[in-house]
Design a protein around this ligand. Structure first.
Ligand SMILES: Cc1ncc(COP(=O)(O)O)c(C=O)c1O
Length: 413
């Protein structure tokens, strides 16, 4: 793999590093290597590859280690794991998984032994919340929840936690968009005697608008299914870490769990990396225009979107942490669930589907879909109301989207 001697900016690096056309018979773009197993260059090279894979030896700088078996790694994962690194400033390396949940669960299973504690922001994506309740808690991992945006509460929860393995921050929270202070969480974690790892679910704002490692986090975690892939046609997850050793540990767990991203999916995601910033910027511009067009509508009690934050702490975190407000807009409709359902039924352009980050706009009712794992009390506590509709804004012409939302709002109150 050739590396230019000078430092390239991310937009260039993402298209040039980590891929040598000579290893793809001269193809200008990577080939797909679907093989499940790899032929060793010699028995000695095979033994060396196993030593390194099992953690008994470390690869020397620049050493060409033979591939073993595609559950451990394969060329398309290697290319993707190299090419994605420049998108997350501060990252040394990355590991790719076959979904965002695979990335998140592998992270906890790697860094949180039974008896350890996780401190996390709330609300979390419903799947992550369920993972904690259904899998981590029965394994003897204590999960301590802090309301998103409660900076003092997060500091206190971290300071008082025993056997603290991971501090997990999802910011902005899904779907309330409440932001948590990454730098404050990292500062508290660095001061803790256990030196827990700080992981940020950066799915909503990254990799274009928020860079957790620059705020002191150790790892940025993605559902790459969303903006990174950007076309609602694949599942993937990524962890990017400051410290290469953490990625080595994650890959070790991944090899046992068997949840590496498959070659075709790596190839597909690889091709999307160079446009993620372009897509996200256009989606964000559209979201700003749509939010502005809907603000003040009589059927809407609130358009939730970062530029409209009024809480001083939220404004402070937003200004310190995100470059742009992103492309998720949450509407709180006055008529509660009946109004939310009528709105979703009335949409003609935007589709009623979960997920976000694709080039096409999507809308869903989080309380009965993405966050339905939570009890009514939990939903109320984290502010996921009955009238909430989450909009993921795509790259369509924003005037068409705004007109569609307005016609779907007609007659609601
Ligand atoms: C913030 C967030 N994190 C993680 C996930 C899980 O990702 P995946 O569906 O790729 O497993 C999602 C999915 O919606 C999400 O919104």
């Amino acid at each position: 793999m050739s590396h230019p001697k000078y430092v390239l900016r991310p937009e260039t690096a993402v298209l040039t590093r980590g891929f040598d056309p000579r290893l793809s018979v001269g193809s200008a773009r990577p080939a797909v290597f679907r093989s499940s197993t790899y032929v060793f260059s010699s028995p000695e090279a095979a033994a060396r590859a196993f030593e390194i894979a099992l953690g008994r030896a470390k690869a020397d700088p620049g050493e060409d280690v033979d591939l073993i078996y595609a559950r451990l790694s394969h060329p398309n994962a290697q290319i993707l794991e190299e090419q994605i690194v420049p998108l997350e400033p501060g990252a040394a390396s990355s590991a790719v998984f076959n979904s965002g949940m695979a990335a998140i669960s592998t992270l906890f299973l790697t860094f949180c032994p039974p008896g350890s504690t996780v401190v996390h922001s709330a609300p979390l994506y419903g799947g992550t919340a369920l993972l904690m309740e259904a899998l981590l808690t029965p394994l003897g991992i204590r999960c301590v929840s802090v309301p998103a945006g409660d900076t003092a509460g997060m500091r206190a929860a971290i300071a008082s936690a025993k056997n603290l393995g991971v501090v997990f921050v999802e910011t902005p929270a899904n779907p309330t968009l409440v932001m948590s202070d990454i730098a404050a969480a990292a500062e508290a974690a660095h001061a803790h005697p256990d030196r827990p790892l700080v992981a940020v679910d950066n799915t909503f704002m990254g990799p274009a608008f928020q860079h957790p490692l620059q705020h002191g986090a150790d790892m940025a975690v993605y559902s790459a299914t969303k903006y990174l892939a950007g076309h609602s046609d694949m599942l993937a997850g990524v962890v990017l870490a400051k410290n290469d050793e953490h990625v080595v540990a994650l890959r070790g767990t991944r090899a046992v769990l068997g949840n590496i991203l498959q070659p075709d999916e790596c190839w597909l995601l690889n091709g999307r990396l160079s446009t993620v910033e372009l897509r996200m910027t256009r989606q964000c511009e559209n979201a700003k225009a749509v939010a502005e067009a809907l603000r003040g509508h009589p059927a809407i009690s609130e358009v939730i979107y970062p530029p409209y934050f009024t809480d001083a702490e939220q404004v402070r975190i937003r200004d310190a942490q995100v470059a742009m407000p992103g492309a998720v807009v949450t509407l709180d409709l006055k008529g509660g669930k009946p109004a939310a359902f009528a709105f979703l039924r009335g949409l003609e352009i935007t589709r009623n589907a979960v997920s976000l980050g694709g080039v096409e706009s999507l809308a869903c009712h989080p309380r009965t879909t993405t966050h339905s794992e939570l009890s009514p009390e939990q939903l109320d506590a984290v502010g996921i109301g009955k009238g909430m509709v989450r909009l993921s804004i795509g790259v369509e012409n924003w005037n068409d989207l705004a007109a569609d939302f307005r016609q779907a709002l007609e007659g609601l109150s």
